[in-house]
Design a binder for this molecule. Structure first.
Ligand code: UD1
Ligand code: PEP
Length: 432
């Protein structure tokens, strides 16, 4: 087990290459199950969620080659092997195995997923969609059993706008008989990316990226080659780092439209943000940053996945900021850790109220989830002294070579092994 150390206070400049999108990758990989010949995906991020999914596809008989960010999956020998336990618990997106295996085999057994603990994360809308397509779905001892004699297209209205349910229903519906219409669908860019891959495989999908998606089921899907979209959350994390400590930090391989809500907030705070064709240039202005209010919303609103990273930057803004998470009302586990570093912030219900600007000081802190980890990294880069972050496995789920990318722009960051015996009780007891 390792911890991450950051000596804060250094100005950062240079270029950061953004990797492929985690939340696309974790759906594109299960989608390959639906093909009847090999699928190649280029520019996948080298993160543990991707490696876990590769292992899961191998467990069901897939042949996998993952070299230099390019993944080739040969799905021809795959079988409908039950996956009630094990690696499925390591990540959230193992739920996409349900839709993809249901589409191909008309049956699947998949353990309930893991992923970031952000409070309740039900999958009732996924199940409602599978049932509408004709599947029988039961929950037995923490695993979801799905079985269908036939999959038939259906009209499905999502009660909650859900990224996961929209993609999962799409994965099963591309192989159903007849037309499926998903209403009140999520509109995130990752949904368009998955629809693009499925279309290249021979699926008939219209409306991805709008709130009504129409799918005409087909009898078979074939292999293809696909280039993943850039990770807007990783890009956003580095934009925040640029606004915190940047001296002309160039963020390369980003779709500026995907980060518009963050760009607007950073400019409102007084950071210097310039958009190019596929690059963003971000610098910290010499003056004080200004406080802003944030409310997370579904795309194109402000993403919940950037709420925690931006909270760290707001500790440096003068005045009071109100941060409200309407997607995950309990996504505030990073707040206690930021307080250890000197932040003046409290949580009330679905909101955090933060008063800046405060001096942050390096401390021993724990990443309780992926973006809490990102928020602590940002705080560490701004703090005086050294910050030690445990719970690095959460960060490794979603940031490709974060240490190297930070070192390349001038950050003083490194990893050290930790001996469990050395850990304070607070860290031993909890899930790292
Ligand atoms: C792997 C992946 O892509 N993860 C992202 C995905 O998670 P995920 O797909 O799990 O998130 P959803 O979009 O499904 O969740 C949105 C909201 O709907 C609720 N809900 C969801 C499904 C359901 O069946 N019932 C229900 O009530 C959730 O509790 C949450 O409050 O979108 C989230 C919201 O943008 C992001 O934070 C995650 O990074
Ligand atoms: C919440 C996240 O991931 P997951 O849904 O995979 O837990 C995230 O990427 O911020």
């Amino acid at each position: 087990m390792e911890k991450l150390l950051i000596e804060g206070g250094h100005r950062l400049s240079g270029t950061v290459q953004i990797s492929g999108a985690k939340n696309s990758a974790v759906a594109l990989i299960p989608a390959t199950i639906l093909a009847d010949s090999p699928v190649t995906i280029d520019m996948l991020p080298d993160i543990s969620d991707v490696r876990t999914l590769c292992t899961l596809l191998q467990e069901i008989g897939g042949e996998i080659q993952f070299i230099d960010h390019t993944l080739t999956v040969d799905p021809r020998s795959m079988v409908d092997m039950p996956l009630p336990n094990g690696s499925v618990k390591k990540l959230r997106a193992s739920y996409y195995l349900m839709g993809a295996m249901l589409g191909r085999f008309h049956q699947a057994v998949i353990g309930l997923p893991g992923g970031c603990n952000l409070g309740p994360r039900p999958i009732d809308q996924h199940i409602k969609g599978f049932e509408a397509l004709g599947a029988q779905v039961t929950n037995e001892r923490g695993a979801i059993y799905l079985r269908a004699n036939r999959l038939r297209g259906a009209r499905i209205y999502l009660d909650v706008v859900s990224v996961g349910a929209t993609i999962n229903i799409m994965l099963a519906a591309v192989r159903a008989e007849g037309q499926t219409i998903i209403e009140n669908a999520a509109k995130e860019p990752e949904i368009i990316d998955v629809a693009t891959l499925l279309t290249s495989m021979g699926a008939k999908i219209k409306g991805a990226g709008t709130d009504v998606i129409r799918i005409e089921g087909v009898e078979s899907l074939h292999g293809c080659r696909h280039m993943i979209i850039p990770d807007r959350i990783e890009a956003g994390t580095f934009m925040i780092i640029g606004a915190a400590q940047g001296r002309e930090l160039l963020i390369d391989n980003v779709i500026p439209q995907h980060v518009e809500s963050l760009t607007a907030k950073l400019r409102e705070m007084g950071a210097d943000v310039q958009a190019g064709e596929d690059q963003m240039l971000v610098s910290r202005n010499p003056g004080k940053l200004k406080s802003v209010d944030i409310k997370t919303l579904v795309y194109p609103g402000f993403p919940t996945d950037l709420q925690q990273p931006l909270t760290s930057l707001l500790t440096q803004a003068e005045g009071t900021s109100l941060i409200t998470d309407t997607i995950y009302g309990a996504r505030f586990k990073h707040i206690d850790e930021l307080r250890r570093m000197g932040a003046n912030v409290k949580v009330e219900g679905r909101s955090a109220i933060l008063t800046g600007s405060t001096h942050l000081e390096g401390a021993k802190v724990r990443a309780t989830d992926l973006r809490a980890g990102a928020s602590l990294v940002i705080a560490g880069l701004m703090a005086s002294g050294v910050t030690e972050i445990t719970g690095v496995d959460h960060i490794d789920r979603g940031y490709d070579h974060l240490m190297e990318k930070l070192s390349n722009i001038g950050a003083h960051v490194w990893r050290e092994a930790i001996d469990d015996e050395e850990l304070p009780d607070r860290l031993k007891r909890n899930d790292r």
